[in-house]
Design a protein around this ligand. Structure first.
Ligand code: ADP
Length: 408
């Protein structure tokens, strides 16, 4: 590109030199050999041949003509030096002050030479001595780079723009892909979650239709109990999805009251006792906080502790132990829920509060869920102006710490 530009610039300079030379020659040609305006030295033998440019124009006039040519071609800021030099014995040389110095550096400066010959048919054709117009433009490379600088800047900007657009499109595409994966995961999970209780209910109803069962009161109670349990389970799933939908619309309305946190935590623990027993796990509770008064929404607070305890059971290994402790730290009420379950890797820890996120490693697919529980927990903690923190080691267990602002 630089070479093209240099060639283009050289062509331009050639035209400028030709224009300037023609301008000089035109007026030279109009002179009669005896019309010497420069001085009245008619006695000089050379006055018979006065028709040289250097006789006709002084240095400044020549400079003006060249400058005009440059301006005509839109290069008014281009620096130049010049010389008009005779090719024969007759005439004298006129040159601008730095001409000699600059003309020698042919690497950085460009020199253009043009013969000044009277136009054919003019009065001085073939009579006048010949001269050469030499124009030197210094720092040609700099001039070209300067001319190109805006192009370079524009192309860099354009490249940046294209790259940005490309990456944004790529990012949007990846996001779309992730969303569609999340969507299909969610639908799979949901279908699974509802299919099991529905199948159980259907079996229980079939059993109830049996004559023998109908007559056995114990069996009837057993099967209706199953139906009730499964119904509760389905209700819970629907609740979870509805909660998520509510969070989406930012419709969370807190019914804030000053409450004893230990009471609320105890009711959440009651809900989890049975599943812990089923897994032959242990619950290790220590209420160390002397002041357990918090301003919170009763239902949402119990739900959030429930969700954390639920996960501790869901993502457990053998010998499940859940430690729950409370503390008063920096006028905050702290709840720590620690488990010795499967733990999480760094990426999972980073993303667990995202809606619909579920870790896809290990045998997690055995554990049912929508990936909504922790996003709900986070939203509720935030709505209470609290903070939640997670520490986890893959294979060892996880620890969730919640700090709630406290009314003292
Ligand atoms: P769900 O349990 O329905 O998948 P959650 O939002 O409650 O959704 O949890 C998101 C993900 O975080 C889970 O799928 C699981 O991978 C991980 N996770 C949450 N709690 C624990 C925990 N106590 N131990 C290990 N992994 C956990």
């Amino acid at each position: 590109m630089h070479n093209d530009k240099e060639q283009q610039f050289n062509e331009h300079l050639k035209i400028i030199t030709t224009t300037a030379a023609n301008d000089l020659v035109e007026q030279k040609g109009n002179l009669s050999p005896f019309d010497n305006r420069k001085n009245n030295d008619v006695l000089s033998p050379l006055n018979g041949f006065p028709l040289t440019i250097t006789h006709k124009f002084n240095k400044d006039e020549i400079r003006m003509k060249i400058k005009n040519a440059f301006e005509m071609h839109g290069l008014n800021k281009t620096p130049f030096e010049f010389a008009v030099t005779p090719t024969s014995m007759i005439g004298e040389q006129v040159e601008s002050s730095n001409f000699n110095m600059l003309a020698q550096d042919t690497v950085n400066n460009i020199s253009l030479v043009y013969p000044l010959i009277s136009p054919s048919g003019s009065i001085s054709e073939g009579v006048s001595p010949e001269e050469l117009l030499i124009i030197v433009v210094p720092g040609i490379k700099n001039i070209i780079w300067k001319q190109m600088s805006w192009m370079v800047v524009a192309s860099v900007l354009f490249t940046i723009l294209i790259f940005t657009a490309f990456f944004m499109t790529l990012k949007a595409l990846l996001k779309q892909k992730k969303l569609s994966e999340i969507k299909s995961d969610f639908i799979n999970n949901m279908t699974h979650e509802f299919k099991t209780p529905l199948a159980t209910i259907s079996l229980a109803v079939d059993a109830l239709k049996n004559e023998k069962v109908m007559q056995d009161r114990n069996k009837t109670e057993y099967f209706t109990g199953i139906i009730k349990e499964e119904n509760k389970r389905m209700n819970k799933q629907v609740e979870t999805i509805l909660q998520a939908a509510l969070l989406d619309k930012q419709q969370i309305q807190l019914n804030l009251k000053t409450l004893h946190a230990h009471d609320l935590i105890n009711s959440a623990i009651n809900n989890i006792k049975l599943p812990v027993e089923e897994k032959q796990g242990k619950l290790d509770i220590s209420f160390e906080a002397s002041n357990d008064l918090i301003v919170a929404d009763e239902v949402h607070f119990i739900n959030l502790v429930n969700n954390l305890l639920d996960n501790a059971v869901k993502y457990s290994k053998d010998n499940l132990t859940i430690k729950l402790c409370t503390q008063n730290i920096n006028s905050q009420f702290r709840i720590k829920i620690e488990d010795n379950g499967i733990g999480m890797n760094k990426e999972t820890v980073h993303r667990i509060f995202e809606k619909f996120y579920r870790a896809h490693t290990g045998n997690l697919h055995n554990v049912k869920g929508f990936g909504l529980g922790l996003s709900y927990v986070k939203t509720i903690v935030n709505a209470h102006h609290g903070k939640i923190k997670v520490e986890s080691t893959l294979g060892k267990g996880s620890c969730f710490t919640i700090d709630m602002p406290q009314k003292i």
